[in-house]
Design a protein around this ligand. Structure first.
Ligand code: NDP
Ligand code: GDR
Length: 372
């Protein structure tokens, strides 16, 4: 039985990867952060009581800013594979907290690699680094592939650039099996609520049930190559099963705007929207509504507005990946399209919104948290 250690196991990808590895028969250890509220919702369904014998999914308290903690955990677990998915992963937040982002995303990666080296695991354990299409930032080539030069545009991306290169460096310097998955945006019903796709599916689902009046957006012209997280964690594992470590771009090769994603989500909810106006004055107006939509939503209503607070000091306008190398070398292809993923996300958020609307109807108010 192989043993895996996942940082960021409570996040979107960590939860799918843990499920995937458990199905493959791995013993899976995950690092969770101490928080004042429960933060394991995404992995609660695979939780195993540590008191039962042969439990093969274990969570440990830890933090990527804490070297001694990482060394102790690594020495207790002695993993065959380490997946470094933990990060302050929100690009906009990285402008607010640049030093913390660098500490976790850049130095955290170094701390893990050093822990492995300190314990003599550099020739034994394999290391996966969650690298990102944000490295391309101000794009130098379309589509972006493994050889495209980097130009990061945020403290998050600059921190991830360090993590990318320190992974390459430990591979070259110490012969470690260490590799970077340069993953383009990937989403799912488990996506954090403040990333754009989830903000849209959750916001519009709430609006359709009369729980929120309007969705406030940033740059709707941004173009992204969106895939499904379930497809992408499969690839993370595949990258650690090769004879030689290599870096791979993981993407769908298709690109859509934030505005298109809003139209898909609205249409899934039987709301026909049309956009008019430009820049900060652009609005999304209801053209027609289907019968399942709350009576509060009527043709002519403005459901989408622009709020410049969601603009970023430096934006990544366009990302489009070329996954040819992954296809050719690993036989990997995404199975779920962006539109199918959008439908899945909307359906899940609609279920929750309907429950909240039902409670509201019977006098129980659930506060709706906005932001993003
Ligand atoms: P999430 O934000 O959903 O998850 C991040 C995880 O990191 C959470 O478990 C979080 O814990 C944990 N974490 C945050 N800070 C620390 C810390 N100081 N010490 C230990 N753990 C910490 O991200 P995703 O699952 O979407 O992404 C996974 C990784 O892939 C990240 O590194 C991200 O930067 C990268 N990536 C993501 C892409 C995407 O489109 N999703 C694309 C390319 C790269 P908690 O739950 O307590 O907050
Ligand atoms: P991104 O994802 O920055 O690409 O990073 P996000 O979903 O936050 O933004 C995508 C694009 O949408 C634009 N946008 C908005 N974004 C948010 N969050 N909220 C808004 O209201 C809004 N309006 C428009 C953004 O400006 C941007 O252009 C994600 C993260 O998962 C990173 O960790 C990962 O490395 C990259 O994807 C690949």
């Amino acid at each position: 039985m192989k043993t895996a250690l996942i940082t960021g196991v409570t996040g979107q990808d960590g939860s799918y990867l843990a499920e995937f590895l458990l199905e493959k028969g791995y013993e899976v250890h995950g690092i969770k952060r101490r928080a004042s509220l429960f933060n394991t919702q995404r992995v609660d369904h695979i939780y195993q009581d540590p008191h039962i014998e042969h439990a093969n999914f274990r969570l440990h308290y830890g933090d990527l800013t804490d070297s001694s903690n990482l060394i102790r955990l690594m020495s207790e677990i002695m993993p065959d594979e380490v997946y470094n998915l933990g990060a302050q992963s929100h690009v906009a937040v990285s402008f607010e907290a640049p030093e913390y982002t660098a500490d976790v995303d850049a130095l955290g990666t170094l701390r893990l690699l050093e822990a492995m080296r300190f314990l003599g695991l550099e020739g034994k354990a394999r290391f996966y680094q969650a690298s990102t299409s944000e490295l391309y930032g101000l794009v130098q080539e379309i589509p972006q592939r493994e050889t495209t030069p980097f130009h990061p545009r945020s403290p998050y991306a600059v921190a991830k650039l360090y993590a990318y290169w320190i992974t390459v460096n430990y591979r070259e310097a110490y012969g470690m099996y260490a590799c970077n998955g340069i993953l383009f945006n990937h989403e799912s019903p488990r996506r954090g609520e403040t990333f754009v796709t989830r903000k849209i599916t959750r916001g519009l689902a709430n609006i359709s049930q009369g729980l929120e009046p309007c969705l406030y957006m940033g740059n709707m012209d941004a173009l992204r190559d969106w895939g499904h997280a379930r497809d992408y964690v499969r690839m993370q594992w595949m990258m650690l099963q090769q004879d030689q470590p290599e870096d791979f771009v993981i993407a769908t090769g298709k690109q859509y705007s934030v505005r298109e994603f809003i139209l898909w989500a609205a249409s899934e909810l039987a709301i026909e929207l049309e956009f008019s106006g430009e820049g900060v004055d652009e609005i999304g107006i209801v053209k027609s509504v289907g019968h399942n939509v709350a009576p509060a939503v009527k043709p002519g209503d403005v459901l989408v507005r622009v709020d410049p607070r969601y603009f970023r000091p430096a934006e990544v306008e366009t990302l489009l990946g070329d996954p040819a190398h992954a296809k050719q070398k690993l036989g990997w292809e995404p199975e779920i399209t962006a539109r199918e993923m959008c439908a899945e996300m909307v359906q899940q958020d609609l279920e929750v919104a309907k429950r909240h609307a039902f409670l509201k109807l019977h006098g129980y108010e659930i506060p709706v948290t906005l932001g993003g």
